[in-house]
Design a protein around this ligand. Structure first.
Ligand code: ZN
Length: 184
């Protein structure tokens, strides 16, 4: 049963973004002096500030995939056109912690048992996609059958897959697992 993002685990790390905010999530493993910046490909070391990003998407066709689970120099990110997009999604991800203090969108009640926690996470970062409005929805798993948008969601996920807009990293069937969860 899928309740978590493709390459998500529950260990937490802290990364610092240029905005001086602290974000808590599972972030990339970076080996200083060996790992390279996802934007400039230069080695990450103590000479230039860098951040580690978490896995926000396992869709290789999404814009944000290039900044997935990697290290990036702060100044490279500052000058990059996807900076705002990435920062927005990191902010949204950060709001999901802790998982046991989230509210279900179906009944408006807090989800007190973490095993009931279900989240769609990032489905697409493209606002032009119909799936976009379903990003990061938090639902108590017990409420999935009575979610009013469930059929529309299933329809849009299937369409996204059929249109070839999801190319799974490591063949992980993230979106297919979401469908299974929804159709049960
Ligand atoms: Zn760089």
């Amino acid at each position: 049963m899928l309740k978590r993002h493709a390459s998500f685990n529950w260990s937490m790390s802290i990364a610092r973004l240029p905005a001086e905010k602290y974000y808590i999530y599972d972030m990339a493993l970076i080996l200083e002096g060996y790992s390279t910046c996802a934007i400039c490909n230069q080695v990450l070391d103590k000479d230039r500030a860098y951040i580690g990003t978490p896995a926000t998407t396992s869709n290789m066709l999404d814009d944000l995939f290039q900044m997935n689970d990697c290290g990036i120099h702060v100044d490279c990110l500052d000058a990059h056109p996807l900076k705002e997009k990435l920062t927005n999604y990191l902010e949204r991800l950060n709001q999901l912690f802790p998982f046991d203090q989230q509210t279900c969108i179906v009944d408006g009640q807090p989800i007190t048992n973490i095993s009931d926690f279900f989240c769609t996470f990032l489905l697409t970062s493209d606002p032009a996609e119909a799936l976009f409005k379903f990003n990061y929805l938090v639902i108590n798993q017990k409420n999935i059958p009575k979610w009013k948008d469930r059929e529309e969601f299933i329809f849009e996920v299937k369409r996204f897959l059929e249109e070839g807009k999801w190319k799974a990293f490591n063949d992980h069937p993230y979106l297919q697992n979401i469908l299974l969860e929804m159709e049960q």
